[in-house]
Write a protein of this length. Structure first.
Lengths: 198, 162
């Protein structure tokens, strides 16, 4: 019980502290609300990226496997929404910069990483949405989903680390490291590369 | 008769010396074209508003955009050239009209325009500059500040006559 409480408290802090730090960024003073919301959608998205492997790996105490799976689905939808708000808000703020990013002709190296991560996330979400209809064997489906997710996670972390934005550097680095750690741990636990039936 | 035959050893030594010198940049190919024109940078023209007015200062100032304008080929400084400048600053977004201004180069082809502090936007602290007056080929630059705390940023134009 104490252990569960501790895990949930730490998780809440890990998700909240980067948001609080970003909310104190001096850059916010010189940005319009739409730009601020777009930036925060990105920070929220990174937090959701931490929750996803934890739910997939059933690491969170007090959640039944079914609840974990449902939450994973809802967090996935929330992540897609966060990405859409992030890109949409940036588009409103500066259309040519976002068009450049989407067409992979942006001068900023992190843009391409972000766009690749976005498409991989959308594809991973589609796989989730159409799992029943795809009629793939579960382990094959899971390998495909995980491969796309690996692209999303790598792309998102590189994207975030290369950006000089509202995220504070220490909290950003910690959150990114935890996302990588949680993902690697879950991959290893589920042995996703093993597609043979047990 | 002097012996001018190259031995394998001397050939390797000579070739190696040429290669080594070449990598240092000391061996230059004949430069018939002279000073090459500055190409436009990726994203340089983003949020450009043609016809920014010539101003003494953009907004409240506190930050300096500096640079030079020279002619391609002979590298002659170009006086009186209009350079347009805009950026995301403490006083507005790139798209805002008050973030745009222009200045003219002096007799030495140098320009400097005071503007508000540039702040990181879209992930990098950067400025935009344009030469778009018709006498030379249009060039858009997008220099990046080494640090967002910098109080100045430089950009240099080498323009190709039309």
């Amino acid at each position: 019980m104490t252990r569960a409480l501790l895990i949930w408290t730490v998780l809440a802090l890990v998700l909240a502290v980067p948001l609080i730090a970003a909310a104190n960024s001096p850059l916010l003073a010189w940005r319009d609300p739409v730009y601020i919301i777009a930036g925060f959608a990105g920070v929220v998205g990174m937090g959701l990226l931490l929750l996803q492997p934890l739910l997939a790996g059933r690491y969170l105490p007090g959640l039944s496997p079914l609840t974990s799976r449902r939450l994973h689905r809802w967090i996935g939808i929330a992540l897609v929404t966060a990405i859409l708000i992030h890109v949409g808000g940036l588009w409103i703020t500066s259309p040519p910069d976002v068009v450049d990013a989407l067409l992979f002709v942006s001068p900023t190296p992190f843009s391409a990483w972000g766009v690749i991560a976005m498409w991989a996330a959308f594809a991973a979400a589609c796989l989730g949405l159409y799992r029943q209809r795809l009629k793939l064997r579960f382990r094959v489906w899971r390998l495909c989903h995980t491969a796309l997710v690996a692209v999303t996670i790598t792309g998102s972390v590189v994207h975030a680390m290369l950006i000089e934005g509202t995220m504070e550097i220490m909290t950003k680095t910690t959150l990114c490291a935890l996302v990588l750690l949680a993902s690697a741990r879950t991959l290893a636990k589920l042995r996703v590369w093993d597609v043979h039936r047990r | 008769m002097t012996n001018t035959r190259f031995s394998r050893r001397s050939l390797i030594a000579l070739g190696g010396a040429v290669l080594a010198t070449g990598t240092t940049g000391l061996l230059l190919p004949a430069r018939a074209a002279g000073l090459a024109p500055t190409p436009s940078m990726r994203g340089g023209s983003n949020n450009y508003r043609p016809g920014a007015p010539i101003v003494d200062r953009i907004g409240g100032g506190g930050f300096w955009m500096t640079g030079t304008v020279r002619r391609a080929g002979d590298g002659a400084p170009l006086p009186g050239q209009r350079i347009q400048i805009w950026a995301h600053t403490t006083e507005g977004h790139e798209r805002d009209p008050q973030s745009h201004g222009a200045t003219l180069t002096d007799a030495n082809g140098q320009f400097r325009l005071e503007m508000p502090q540039i702040v990181p936007a879209f992930g990098q602290p950067h400025g935009h500059l344009a030469y778009d007056s018709g006498e030379f080929e249009t060039v858009f630059l997008r220099p990046i500040m080494a640090s967002s705390k910098d109080k100045t940023l430089a950009a240099h134009f080498v323009l190709q006559p039309l």
